[in-house]
Design a protein around this ligand. Sequence first.
Ligand code: PEP
Ligand code: MN
Length: 347
Amino acid sequence: MVVVMSPDASDEDIAHIVAKVEGVGGSAFVSKGMVRTIIGLVGDVDSFHGLNLRAMRGVADVHRISDPFKLVSRQHHHARSTVWVGAAEHRVPIGPDTFTLIAGPCAVESRQQTLEAVEMAKAAGASIMRGGAFKPRTSPYAFQGLGVRGLEILSEVRELTGLPVVTEVVDARDVSVVAEHADMLQIGTRNMANFGLLQAVGGTGKPVLLKRGMTATIEEWLMAAEYIAQRGNLDVVLCERGIRTFEPATRNTLDISAVPVVQGKSHLPVIVDPSHAAGLKELVVPLSRAAIAVGADGVIVDVHPNPETALCDGPQALLGNDLRALAQAVRRLPPLVGRAGSPVFDT
Ligand code: PEP
Ligand code: MN
């Protein structure tokens, strides 16, 4: 941490800060310039925060050097992590060596619709299936999901297809029932800053897919991941799903640069959701290609056997030629950036 003194700070002001820092066990290194003095602090940053340095006389600014997120930071854990999803022989990696396709319906509507969507997804190279049983809808009048019945359908479809399940939990009261059925718990964009929910999913021991809040900065997103990690759960995969901007041509603006930025700051895997970013099926394949090229560890996409009848997000669901184009991209492009493609093609 660095304390920048104002030009009119006195020697007493500086001595006061040095004494306070030493009082909490830290060391202070004073560097006097022509106009200003700066003080470098070494020691426990949290105890320095407790000093309220910015409020002390003569202080112009205080800069933090180390990341405020510790457990998920790459500063102390340089190697990038791999998160394994699913039980025993169906375990699927998400991490730096592979490119993982997660696909399935936005919402579980019925057993038949979910099975068809997941079979299409698997044929396209998906090794993990998605599907919402609890849906966080903007309108209270929209389809809210099948709830526990939806979870049961996901379990049945896992039995039939062998694909591990990621599904969203929207309420801390549902965490244990969702964890009973899911291989990975999804925290959606609307709940990224629901800290009680983050702590609750952190306590399940199941991997977590943490979407970026639609108005969250990268630091806020990593601090949300830190809440989960603090509960002893480092199996967190981050998902860039677009942010709110002034541009209405797409549902959200995919912040593709967030992928390498986050990979520089955190050891956690980072995937992209082009479906919820764009909101339009035509853009899902180009954005998936971009995600692979920029170094994402996977993508998660919506697939539906009949998008016209979809109860949620039909316009962004893939099938037919679009899905075939996605399969081709997922098969051909990852090796060009030094990754193994979907493990589905190797079996
Ligand atoms: C979803 O994946 O079904 C979803 C609701 O996504 P998001 O939270 O990114 O809007
Ligand atoms: Mn959706």
